[in-house]
Design a protein around this ligand. Structure first.
Ligand code: NDP
Ligand code: HSE
Length: 438
């Protein structure tokens, strides 16, 4: 029996999710179990980028969250009040929920998760922080055996894009913002992003998971990037820093068996040393650094927004719920293992022989200092179809001249054939280095 889902919203993330779920070949086999029953939108007249059978799209979102056939509701309409209302109604009707809505979860998480626990359903939110970056599930599972001391990151792509351009171009905040809006990187109303509110929603969620307690969103300090000037960025650069909008949650009290920790949770523009792992996260990318005991530091990096990336995170939550529902459906048979924990592979993959692979190569030759050696190398590479990106004579090692070659993409077998012939040249002393170039 398939798992029926209802999707609320067919905008950037909704359409990306539908597209991913319909185009399921080569993805986890359980995605084939997903059946999109209804999709809720505001307007039926809008042109859509995904094709769905007639009758699936509706403006009656109440009918979706109360539909007795539907197992999972995927909330992708954004906003706060209507989203909260629909999520709570879905839970009251016994549906599991997947949402990308950090604004609603950071403000109404307590109400929503209490209702979900009472109803015996799950609310999943991988896409709410870091777009496509898997960080919620790792914090809930793989990292949760650690005592987390710090979670900090760049969790807003719009502001990181603006700060990166201010830094690389020496432009002002207003100029870059206007350009970012024109290019579609910043929303028409960028307030939540530039004031740090979006990042504050996200760090509230991360802190709650990392430190095992609820976070009152109103207590999260946030300062945006409007006041960051190109002069500050230039001084930061001279002093060995970059300015980043960091979202930070830190433990302030010692670990105690009897009380939840005291935390510092905040968002503000920050001088980050150029050597810090977060300093090189540029453009619309996000990264989250988690520091715990005994693990030490791990960093999650990737696209923090966008249709495909966010759809990946939404669909991973759907997959987890499908696995849960399928293992319950199968609980009275002997195939009751959790399909995400059990190995389901049966067939071997074909591994292409390395000689057939295409790659770029770096080779260093030591040659006798004779005329025409570079020409001979070039002719021989040409004979085997090896195209050279660069050839440099770098100097001498004693009596021997050193020549370095970098190729374009070439079949490894052909490159090796050329080298075999080159080794026979009287002028070639040796080929001490041969490395692949990514
Ligand atoms: P969009 O504005 O692109 O899409 C919203 C969709 O919801 C539209 O299809 C719209 O219908 C529908 N909708 C909105 N309000 C209502 C309503 N009251 N009743 C019925 N339908 C409604 O939003 P996004 O896809 O960008 O974002 C969705 C969620 O994902 C948000 O919570 C956002 O914060 C989150 N998110 C977004 C990311 C991104 O890259 N965009 C990244 C990570 C999270 P219609 O099409 O008819 O207008
Ligand atoms: N506005 C958000 C950002 C989208 O710029 O990161 C992803 O949540």
């Amino acid at each position: 029996m398939g798992i029926k889902i209802g999707i609320l919203g067919l905008g950037t993330v909704g359409a990306g999710t539908v597209q991913l779920l319909l185009d399921n070949v080569g993805r986890h086999p359980l995605l084939k179990e997903v059946e999109i029953c209804r999709v809720g939108v505001k307007s039926l007249d809008k042109p859509r980028t995904v094709e769905l059978p007639v009758g699936i799209i509706t403006t009656d979102l109440e009918a979706i969250v109360t539909d007795p056939q539907i197992d999972i509701i995927v909330e992708l309409i954004g906003g706060i009040d209507r989203a909260r209302e629909l999520i709570l109604k879905a839970i009251a009707n016994g549906k599991h929920v997947v949402t990308a809505n950090k604004a609603v979860i950071s403000r109404f998480g307590a109400e929503i998760f209490t209702a979900a626990n009472q109803a015996g359903v799950y609310v999943m939110l991988e896409a709410a922080v870091g777009g496509g970056i898997p960080v919620i599930q790792p914090l809930k599972q793989s990292l949760s055996v650690n005592r987390i001391n710090t979670v900090m990151g760049i969790v807003n792509g719009t502001t990181n894009y603006i700060l990166t351009r201010m830094q690389t171009e020496g432009s002002s905040f207003d100029d870059v913002l206007a350009d970012a809006q024109q290019l579609g990187y910043a929303e028409a109303d960028p307030t939540a992003d530039v004031e740090g509110w979006d990042a504050a929603d996200k760090i509230a969620i991360l802190a709650s998971l990392a430190f095992g307690g609820r976070i009152n969103r109103d207590e999260v300090f946030s300062e945006g990037i409007r006041q960051v000037s190109k002069t500050d960025i230039s001084y930061a650069d001279k002093l060995g820093f970059v300015i980043k909008l960091l979202a930070i949650a830190k433990r302030c009290s010692p670990v105690s068996p009897s009380s939840t920790p005291t935390l510092s949770v905040r968002v503000h523009p920050t001088f980050v040393p150029k050597t810090h792992p977060l300093a090189s996260i540029n453009g619309v990318y996000n990264a989250i650094l988690v520091e715990g005991e005994p693990l030490g530091q791990v960093m999650f990096f990737g696209p923090g927004a966008g249709a495909g990336a966010t759809a990946s995170a939404v669909s991973s939550d759907i997959l987890n719920l499908v696995a849960h529902l399928k293992s319950r459906q199968n609980s009275d048979t002997n195939s009751h293992l959790d399909p995400l924990l059990a190995c389901s592979h049966q067939d071997y993959c074909q591994i292409a022989p390395v000689s057939e692979l295409e790659a770029r190569f770096y080779a260093r030759f030591l040659t006798r200092d004779q005329s025409g050696v570079i020409g001979k190398l070039g002719t021989c590479f040409g004979k085997y179809g090896v195209s050279l990106e660069s050839v440099v004579q770098t100097g001498f090692q004693g009596e021997l001249a050193e020549i370095v070659v970098v190729t374009h993409d070439v079949q490894e077998g052909k490159f090796k054939q050329a080298l075999d012939e080159i080794r026979t040249f009287e002028a070639i002393h040796s080929i001490p280095s041969l490395l692949r170039v990514i």
